[in-house]
Design a protein around this ligand. Structure first.
Ligand SMILES: [Zn+2]
Length: 408
């Protein structure tokens, strides 16, 4: 028997959505499964892949079995894109390791002052001879990791995706990550979706997170949320985050400009016409001056990711048009994420996953630029050599974009 979204715990079948929505109700069942069987099962394919049951804060967190992501049904939440469609495989085991204890991550930025004192050792981690694997993960890499693990870089026809859906899945993935020996959840605040009736609860959670910051155990904290806009002030720039209006982070104008230049597509442009508006989701490393009053936080660094209205990541405005057209045509697709991999890694702009084999999608937009044209030729040659079907769009040649329906 198989079924997407169903898991088996100690002989009982449970909907994953129900378990994630109300983990407290299933504590006894999870505990029994762990004691008697040692693990749970995902029923997405036959034979059922195993699932890890990890106790966290008197609740159980269900996660993919280390190294088993490829064994799940492609539509299962525990599956992940194959390594050819992700920059995930470009890290060394020091930076990213899927283990029984959880997903161990080493960030390029120290969250606790304790690891700051240990940083010479960290800097000395050898890059294996001849390998260009990265030994640490940047904030952007972490954002891509969480987005991909949560399945948010995929789109399937259905209802629009809300921040509420994203936040719930991110919290689940964060529960599985350990950074420098500490649970990532301890250092992270995922901005909850706006809810008038729960505003005080959310604000309380935020203040609890904010007041911890600044001490040696919490040098920096991470906020994950959607950027509303940058508002220049006299001495600094205000970073406004969506969903929780009391959440405002301050950064120097210099830092704001630097981040803005690094993520030109993602920084919200209030003057953009409606069809060209992108969402910007960010991970913000923040700190607090213990002497400062209130809970205003200071930005230390940030990584941003431009997304469609449904929170599917994109790299350019032409990709925004393509993603909108794919969605309108009822297509199922995936956006490969680069993580910290260099441009040498060939990743398609999108992949149509409702065709077998999947078809790659390329969006061109800078034809006439010699380096860009050379790269385009290399990509085409790569797809031809590997026998992959290609759907291309060059807006400079044909402004009109027509996406074929499935099977057309
Ligand atoms: Zn599965």
């Amino acid at each position: 028997m198989t079924g997407l979204g169903r898991i088996e715990l100690a002989g009982s079948v449970v909907e994953l959505g129900a378990l994630r929505g109300d983990p407290g109700r299933y504590v006894a069942l999870c505990r029994r499964a762990r004691a008697e069987v040692g693990h749970g099962y995902c029923q997405c394919v036959d034979p059922w892949p195993r699932l890890v049951l990890r106790a966290r804060n008197e609740r159980f967190h269900v996660a993919r079995w280390p190294g088993d992501a490829d064994r799940h049904h492609p539509d299962c939440v525990f599956s992940r894109p194959v390594s050819a469609l992700s920059g995930r495989g470009q890290y060394s085991a020091d930076a990213l390791a899927d283990t029984e204890r959880g997903v161990l991550v080493r960030l390029s930025l120290a969250l606790t002052a304790v690891s700051v004192s240990a940083s010479p050792a960290r800097a000395a981690v050898p890059r294996t001879a001849g390998s260009r694997a990265r030994g640490t993960m940047t904030l952007l890499g972490l954002l891509h990791y969480l987005w991909e693990s949560a399945g948010l870089n995929t789109w399937r026809p259905g209802r629009p995706r809300t921040w509420s859906a994203c936040a719930g899945r991110l919290v689940d993935e964060i529960g599985d990550v350990v950074v420098d020996g500490d649970p990532l959840a301890k250092h992270t605040f995922v901005v909850p979706p706006f809810d008038r009736t729960r505003h005080d609860v959310h604000l309380g959670q935020y203040r609890e997170f904010a007041t911890r910051l600044g001490g040696p155990r919490h040098r920096l904290g991470l906020i994950i949320g959607e950027l509303d806009g940058l508002v220049p002030r006299r001495y600094s720039t205000q970073w406004r985050i969506r969903q929780l209006r009391d959440l405002v982070v301050y950064a120097t104008g210099e830092l704001s400009d630097r981040i803005g230049r690094s993520y030109p597509v993602a920084v919200p442009r209030l003057d953009a016409p409606p069809g060209e508006r992108v969402r910007a989701v960010g991970v913000y490393a923040v700190t607090r001056n213990p002497k400062a009053r209130g809970d205003h936080l200071t930005l230390h660094d940030a990584a941003l990711m431009a997304c469609t209205g449904d929170y599917v990541p994109i790299d350019s405005r032409h990709e925004l048009t393509m993603a909108a057209a794919l969605t309108a045509a009822g297509r199922r697709f995936l956006k490969p994420l680069r993580f910290d991999a260099s441009r040498d890694l060939v990743l398609p702009d999108f992949v149509l996953t409702d065709e077998d084999p999947p078809r790659v999608v390329e969006v061109y937009g800078m034809t006439g630029n010699a380096a860009y044209d050379a790269r385009t030729r290399a990509k085409r040659a790569h797809y031809a050599a590997t026998g992959q079907a290609l759907f291309e769009w060059d807006p400079t040649v044909s402004p009109e974009l027509r996406v074929p329906r499935r099977g057309e």
